[in-house]
Design a protein around this ligand. Structure first.
Ligand SMILES: Cc1cc2nc3c(=O)[nH]c(=O)nc-3n(C[C@H](O)[C@H](O)[C@H](O)COP(=O)(O)O)c2cc1C
Length: 357
């Protein structure tokens, strides 16, 4: 499937799954994580059906950040890419969406969920859930400006309560949004606790557009179950795809009635090498900075390595790549550990805190 073909990029609804009849999967946008090099690593393990970019900040005189734009123009994974925007300045939203539509985007998505205080205090991201008249005007502007591709929104359930949820669904309906992704938590809940999936089911029953479920879909079995129970048309996975980059192929295999791929700890070791070689952070980073950036990913991966979290604690202390990979070899390869299965679910109690959204 070529994401640049007009019939694909301008359709309504959501981009289809690569294999008909399978549950559509999406890699969640994650700032400083879902860069082009990381998307390529994920694609080696089994692409999701859809990629989202990190958000493009929209403000007076903002431009399209080159490294984010590259995840669209040089993507090379053969899967559609949705460009996400974050901001509230109407003329600049018009300007940036016009620029984006000159590129092969499969859609433009508005971020209505970012819980970072510097963002929500400025009435952007999750802050829009506390100012619905402003959200109304932004959705109207986006609907008018997005003529060449899909228009989607990624929302949370509300700011500090669930009250805005139904009014927001009404706005989504009113402005003929093509599809919506729901992270089933409020902004105040950040990433904590079990998501409230019942709101996804509610959205599926009131809206006539595809709804993508998001939030702690930690294994292929859970993602498939939540999609079935809520009626969601697809699943978006973020942190659990950093831990288990095979999750998209596993979902695809499971929904085709096949036994999902079972990675071993040796595969995890190779995956860590791929991330290091891809260098998903700054291209000019020093070795120390590269190792430190790699730890951000391995924090999540470690949730599946040992139930006591010893791997995570030990690798965090490594200061250079030699020490770091020695720790990886010890926990993932030596003593016959290479052949051990990498579990589908993370170990409860091994915490990897996200440091931003
Ligand atoms: C490090 C990090 C960065 C994120 N950046 C973004 C972002 O740029 N845009 C966005 O809509 N959501 C962002 N999110 C939220 C994720 O897309 C997703 O909604 C959230 O992590 C819940 O899904 P999960 O439980 O599968 O991780 C970010 C999350 C993390 C952990």
């Amino acid at each position: 499937m070529n994401p640049t073909t007009p019939s694909e990029s301008s359709g309504s609804g959501m981009p289809p799954a690569a294999i008909e009849g399978t549950l559509p999967t999406v890699l969640a946008p994650m700032q400083d994580v879902t860069t082009l090099p990381f998307m390529k690593v994920i694609a080696r393990c089994g692409s999701p059906d859809i990629f989202f970019t990190e958000y493009f900040r929209v403000y007076p005189h903002s431009s399209l950040e080159k490294h984010i734009l590259a995840s669209i123009t040089a993507n090379g994974t053969d899967r559609p890419v949705i460009a996400q925007v974050l901001g509230n300045s109407l003329p600049d939203i018009r300007r940036i969406t016009a620029l984006l539509q000159r590129h092969p985007v499969a859609g433009i998505d508005l971020n209505v969920g970012c819980p970072a205080p510097k963002i929500y205090k400025n009435k952007a991201g999750g802050g829009l859930l506390a100012d619905l008249p402003l959200l109304d005007r932004i959705l109207e502007t986006l609907r008018e400006s997005i003529t060449e591709t899909r228009f989607s929104v990624k929302i949370r359930l509300g700011f500090d309560s669930f009250e805005p949820f139904e009014p927001v669904l009404e706005l989504i309906q009113k402005h003929r949004v093509d599809f919506v992704t729901i992270h089933a938590r409020t902004v105040r809940e950040m990433y904590r606790g079990e998501p409230h999936y019942e709101f996804i089911a509610k959205a599926c029953s009131c809206l006539d557009i595809p709804v993508i479920a998001n939030g702690n879909l930690s294994s292929p079995a859970k993602a498939i179950r939540i999609a079935r129970e809520t009626g969601a048309a697809g699943v978006m996975i973020g942190r659990d795809a950093i831990r288990n980059p095979w999750i998209f192929r596993q979902i695809r295999e499971a929904t085709q009635g096949m036994e999902p791929f079972q990675p071993r700890l040796a595969d995890v070791r190779t995956y860590i090498d791929w991330i290091y070689m891809a260098n998903p952070g700054r291209p000019d980073a020093t070795e120390r900075a590269r190792v430190s950036h790699l730890k951000k990913f391995v924090n999540f991966i470690g949730q599946g390595v040992d139930p006591e979290g010893r791997f995570v604690k030990t690798m965090r202390r490594a200061e250079n790549s030699t020490d770091f990979f020695r720790v990886c070899d010890h926990f993932l390869i030596e003593g016959g550990r290479d052949a051990e299965p990498f579990p589908m679910e993370p170990y409860a109690g091994v915490v990897a805190r996200p440091n931003c959204e």
